[in-house]
Design a protein around this ligand. Sequence first.
Ligand SMILES: Nc1ncnc2c1ncn2[C@@H]1O[C@H](COP(=O)(O)OP(=O)(O)O)[C@@H](O)[C@H]1O
Ligand SMILES: O=P(O)(O)OC[C@H]1O[C@](O)(COP(=O)(O)O)[C@@H](O)[C@@H]1O
Ligand SMILES: [Mg+2]
Length: 538
Amino acid sequence: MGSVTVANKLSQTNSLNNYNKLPTAGAANKTDSVTTNNNCNGWIGSPMTSAPNPKAKIVYGTAGYVLEDVPHLTDYIPDLPTYPNPLADNPAYSVVKQYFVHVDDSVPQKVVVHKDSERGVHFRRAGPRQKVYFESDEVKAAIVTCGGLCPGLNTVIRELVCSLHHMYGVKKVLGIEGGYRGFYARNTINLTPKSVNDIHKRGGTILGTSRGGHDTNKIVDSIQDRGINQVYIIGGDGTQRGAAAIFEEVRRRGLKVAVVGIPKTIDNDIPVIDKSFGFDTAVEEAQRAINAAHVEAESVENGIGVVKLMGRYSGFIAMYATLASRDVDCCLIPESPFYLEGPGGLFEYIEKRLKENGHMVIVIAEGAGQELMSEKKQSMNKQDASGNKLLQDVGLWISQEIKDHFAREKTMAITLKYIDPTYMIRAIPSNASDNVYCTLLAQSAIHGAMAGYTGYTSGLVNGRQTYIPFYRINENQNHVVITDRMWARLLSSTNQPSFLGDKCHNEDNAEEEEESLDQLVDGNFSDDTLIKKEISSI
Ligand SMILES: Nc1ncnc2c1ncn2[C@@H]1O[C@H](COP(=O)(O)OP(=O)(O)O)[C@@H](O)[C@H]1O
Ligand SMILES: O=P(O)(O)OC[C@H]1O[C@](O)(COP(=O)(O)O)[C@@H](O)[C@@H]1O
Ligand SMILES: [Mg+2]
């Protein structure tokens, strides 16, 4: 996804600066090649050293090669026995040439390079290993889904259950109901290939989900009491932070428990990975709402169709749905501030578009324009149980503002129809390509846990399945970068104003605004800018 590149580059730069220990190309490498044993020794940044990021497990290679590795059970439990991977005897897989992933295989974060570029950051390639650290009948796996719904959750659950069973002979798979709090507040359910057989055809999650309720100690107590030794945690940014806390506690207690995250977010706001599952489905389903808005708008004189799409802090669904549709005249996202009145403002553009074309369609992401609403209404400043800021309904607000403007100005009579398809989009089953993606994600997650890796999120980087350490997933959010080519493509396809004119500027807050505009333009967001999330209530 082209638009992710700049953000990734910046987040990479930031995180490398944090480690503060990177050698320059060819200079003072810690190791000449990636470590070749399964224990993945080579902790640089463990508490024994003075590295600034105690969570980083980094291996250096030649020519500026850096592997941001994931933890392994043997990092804190020495002398664990290994077993041959049962896949070696599986008739489907044993014939595949080079089925097992080489222990040194890794995937670069940056694929566009120059002649003299350093090789840069890599992540461990996902996939089955020759040796595993669990015997089949020893494994007791648990699966939990947390946060908001997303197309594909059931497909991931189904694939986890079926692949554990069919690939690794694991018979004990538990479902944790109702999100994190289900670990300590609910009974578990047994999941078998038979019981999950057709769940991928349904939206939602058969396990249920919730916000809030993350109590690390109670969760790890429950893992210990139930004898669970592989935990598959499916959820978004909040969930992955919760998974990291569980992993740290598991490691502190010295438990042989693999903690694995599978990234879920319809907003596509998880960094590092190419895109999240369910995103394609959401963009596709959004087309139906945009089509309806277009039909309504073009059927009347001066018709305006307004469609609100999800995207709390990141406007990816709105941007891709707009690019896919070609019927959209204006796309408003949280990353690109806009204003209503005056030259270069939204009202002026609407008038121009209606005069030219007789109708128009506006797509607005739910997180866009929140600062404009707060100016006019009393800001609610409320949070959900997970600490996410509750947003005001920007779709209703902007529809009313447009109606009021034309009633006031009497320049033309308009007819406006507002469509909010957000929960309809979130609740559908995943499409074919997302189903395949979910399958690969789940299988990769399992291969890593069986091979003894832990404390990682399974994710696609540059089209390859990888294991990404939790801290990399949790350190920032993925945003549309408005100086990226993708946003430029959108602007040129809609012809909408960039809204970067004078009206964005307010003398009273000049310095602050300049800084925040720089951040928007560079994609260099800090926790204090767009991510106004307080974790106080979990
Ligand atoms: N910083 C955190 N530490 C531990 N748990 C967290 C943290 N942030 C969120 N969670 C938990 O993760 C779960 C899902 O978070 P939420 O933000 O609602 O959804 P999502 O994971 O989709 O972003 C909730 O149960 C919440 O309590
Ligand atoms: O009504 P809910 O469940 O709070 O969900 C609304 C939010 O969920 C989302 O779909 C995604 O949220 P998460 O993936 O972070 O759970 C947002 O786009 C939206 O703001
Ligand atoms: Mg979230």
